[in-house]
Ligand binder design. Structure first.
Ligand SMILES: Cc1cc2nc3c(=O)[nH]c(=O)nc-3n(C[C@H](O)[C@H](O)[C@H](O)COP(=O)(O)OP(=O)(O)OC[C@H]3O[C@@H](n4cnc5c(N)ncnc54)[C@H](O)[C@@H]3O)c2cc1C
Length: 448
């Protein structure tokens, strides 16, 4: 066993170079703390090799150098298609830009790491975290395998878990910490994602086509026309697609989208946690941020911006702890994450409670059969182009759907579930009282 870090020299150890961990690291190091990040990837291969929808003001808001605007390109609102693909109310050419932009994920991470390094954060790349070190009921470091294949222990006063949805830190915490470890059935979104060359430079009918239950599998798939390529995602909530299923789904999308060629530029499989925020994200000496705390939106899977903003919240709480990283003290971080209103800070993503509601809503929709989804489009219960409806429109939809009252009842039931999930999230205890917190976590996690 090799000791590559003296326990006294590192106050904060960040597990994985996740976005929220990097944001916390930046603020802590600027406040004069010692921070070390341990990451399994090399610096060059850090981050997914694709483009993402991104709220670029989040960088400036959190003290990062803004990326130059030429790194971004526009993203449009999606046009939804039901499983039978027969209905769309989006006329050709009516493109509306979203306030977010597309950015290459590796460019973004390169920039975050560069800011952290310039501020004094130290990085160990190519080191695989195996598990947390636990002593006296507290997380006190990480067991890692270095890039040379050696086992090593790194000690710290506090571990920030930014190692993503499958974090080996969270998964190996002792049971008595009461932190949920794994995703339950239906909480993982299995995707295959690829960029293809454009078959021609013609303008597509719609720039962003979102297919609900494509090939009758519960989930979403998309075809996005970008300035550089055709971006395809095949996603479902059951299991990863086989190679044959990917090929078959791509062929179907090619029939619909003449610009989509068979010339693959890059692509591969990935998963996203699509569930409410984790019920307990802190323990003594430990806090999870980003995907390791399931902070991505359960509907869209977007999680970069909430991870970064919540990384800053974590750093603020850590700085106020004055060396006391007990669970009682760290609870303030979780309470702030659950009760903060991102919109008040200029963000576009939803609150933790709204996320819980979204998960319930998403589960309800995924539980519907494809025929019901088709009917919802025909009756206007879902508009291909989501927008606010006036009283008259709502009344018309109601009249139009009287023959579909059982369907309306199902949707009503889903809406009630959504409201209940939100209410439960709002009931998070303000102060850390072990019994009250454990009881709330159980209710919140068990909610179906
Ligand atoms: C197909 C797909 C599309 C997406 N599209 C968007 C989008 O358009 N917009 C958006 O906002 N979000 C999107 N997301 C979600 C987004 O990727 C996450 O929400 C976001 O990355 C926040 O996660 P994170 O930074 O906490 O963790 P991650 O991005 O998972 O990073 C975790 C880090 O920890 C490292 N790590 C993991 N295990 C170990 C280990 N054992 N040892 C050392 N290091 C380790 C990893 O290498 C990685 O660098 C998408 C995700 C997927 C899969």
């Amino acid at each position: 066993m090799k000791f590559i870090m003296d326990r006294k020299t590192t106050e904060f150890l960040v597990a994985g170079a996740g976005h929220g961990g990097l944001c916390a690291a930046l603020h802590l190091v600027r406040a004069g703390c010692g921070v070390q990040v341990v990451e399994s990837q090399s610096e060059e291969t850090l981050g997914y090799d694709w483009t993402d929808v991104f709220e670029y003001p989040v960088l400036e808001r959190n003290g990062f150098t803004p990326l130059s605007k030429d790194k971004f390109y526009p993203v449009y609102y999606p046009t939804m298609l039901p499983p039978n693909k027969k209905y769309t109310d989006c006329p050709a050419g009516s493109w509306t830009k979203r306030p977010e932009m597309y950015v290459e994920r590796r460019e973004l991470l390169k920039s975050l790491v560069s800011d952290c390094k310039a501020a004094g954060v130290s990085f160990i790349f190519g080191a695989k975290i195996v598990s947390p070190i636990i002593s006296e009921n507290k997380v006190s470091g990480l067991n890692v395998v270095t890039s040379e294949g050696e086992n090593a222990e790194i000690f710290a006063d506090m571990v920030i878990d930014a190692a993503g949805a499958d974090s080996p830190v969270r998964k190996n915490l002792p049971d008595n910490f009461n932190i949920p470890k794994a995703l339950k059935s239906g909480q993982t979104f299995y995707t295959w994602r690829g960029d293809f060359k454009k078959a021609s430079e013609k303008e597509p009918c719609q720039p962003y086509r979102l297919y609900l239950d494509h090939k009758n599998r519960p989930g979403i798939s998309w075809v996005i026309t970008t300035p550089h390529c055709m971006d395809v995602l095949l996603g479902n909530s059951i299991k990863p697609l086989t190679k044959a299923e990917v090929d078959d789904a791509l062929e179907d999308l090619r029939n619909d989208n003449p610009l989509l060629s068979a010339d693959l530029i890059r692509g591969g499989y990935a998963t996203i946690p699509v569930r409410r925020f984790i019920g307990l994200m802190v323990a003594s000496g430990y806090a999870a941020v980003g995907n390791s705390a399931f902070m991505a939106d359960p509907f869209s899977g977007s999680g970069i911006s909430p991870s970064i903003d919540n990384g800053r919240v974590l750093s603020e709480v850590l700085m106020s702890c004055k060396g006391d990283y007990s669970v009682e003290r760290l609870w303030e971080y979780q309470y702030r994450v659950f009760t903060r209103n991102p919109k008040a800070e200029g963000a576009l993503y939803t609150t933790a409670a709204e996320n819980a509601g979204s998960e319930a809503f998403k589960n309800g929709l995924l539980g519907m059969n494809p025929k019901d989804l088709n009917r919802m489009f025909v009756g206007g219960l879902i508009a291909a182009r989501v927008g606010l409806k006036g009283v008259k429109q709502v009344f018309d939809i109601f009249i139009h759907n009287i023959p579909r009252l059982p369907l309306i009842a199902k949707i009503g039931f889903i809406a009630i579930k959504k409201a209940k999930a939100e209410k439960l999230a709002h009931k998070i205890p303000k102060e850390y009282d072990s019994a009250a917190v454990i009881a709330w976590v159980k209710k919140y996690e068990d909610f179906k």
